[in-house]
Write a protein that binds this ligand. Sequence first.
Ligand code: F6P
Length: 351
Amino acid sequence: MARAAQAITRIGVLTGGGDCPGLNPVIRAVVRRSVAAGLDVVGIANGWKGLIEADTRPLDLMSVSGIIHRGGTILGTSRTNPYKTPGHVAALMATVQSLALDAIVAIGGEDTLGAASKLAAEGLRVVGVPKTIDNDLSGTDYTFGFDTAVNIAMEAIDRLHTTAESHHRIMVVEVMGRHAGWIGLHAGLAGGADVILLPEFPIDVDEVCAAIRQRHGRGKTFSIVVVAEGAEFKKGQHITQDAGRQLDEFGHVRLGGIGQRIAELIERQTGFETRVTVLGHIQRGGSPTAFDRVLGTRFGVKAVELALAGAFGQMVSLQGNRIVSVPIAEAVGTLKTVDREMYELAKVFFG
Ligand code: F6P
């Protein structure tokens, strides 16, 4: 809830969770807008970890010069959950107090902003900026990073098309998307995939093979199947890269392997030679697209303006073409997933 604006002089900024193209444009915009308002800016290293460990540094105009085109985050990131270890929230609050930070801009996805929402309820003066290549945060039409990831995946699909066609193969492309299939849906549609498999809709292998056979029956000799890493077989379980691995601090298991599994089943059932490409972290690396640079810039400016207005506990949000704000709690309450209507549209192009 917005409180009465009160003068602020020092603002901190952090980036948490998986990195994402567009983080540096947001940091740059936060610093530029803050300096214009006469604020001192403190860069916090590695997400919430930097506040727990008091690992910070001053940021000025020079610190953010020449970074708008750079991927990753100049502040570093981690998946540290301050609520995981007793004493960490108190340590974090003590750092905020000792550095005299009047406001924090937390740039992150569901986990970082989930923690921000709880910390706001405990009195931390925090403003959120939604980040994730997965585009699965509620409360905003788009998160920055998504457009870049989709374009990287689309280009990969374009490249796989030519080699698939030359060798008359099925190419399975595994893309990121833990709980939501937005990257798979958009990259698959844009890249002209022949089947798209998403976490929201359990995989029916017979249907997949029927679509491929139908396509080959009309003379095509290759197919592209896009599968999101979090997709599951009907009545199945997640195929994990290493089931024995520990969970991260927010309880997520490392995904991966569904592409390989579906490829084996397709080859076995159709007899067509099938290969797999796992795009993995390539989707998160490198330069942000123009869309993500502009969205990140608009988010960063708005975040500082919310802090100046005393609108703590709020998150910047894109709605239509306007940047507005919503309660952080609203954005992290439920994940934004692909709905049946969108998937039915994608299915028009299957086979
Ligand atoms: O949350 C974004 C995301 O890209 C997911 O799609 C993916 O499962 C996860 O990050 C993997 O991140 P990491 O390998 O850094 O744990």
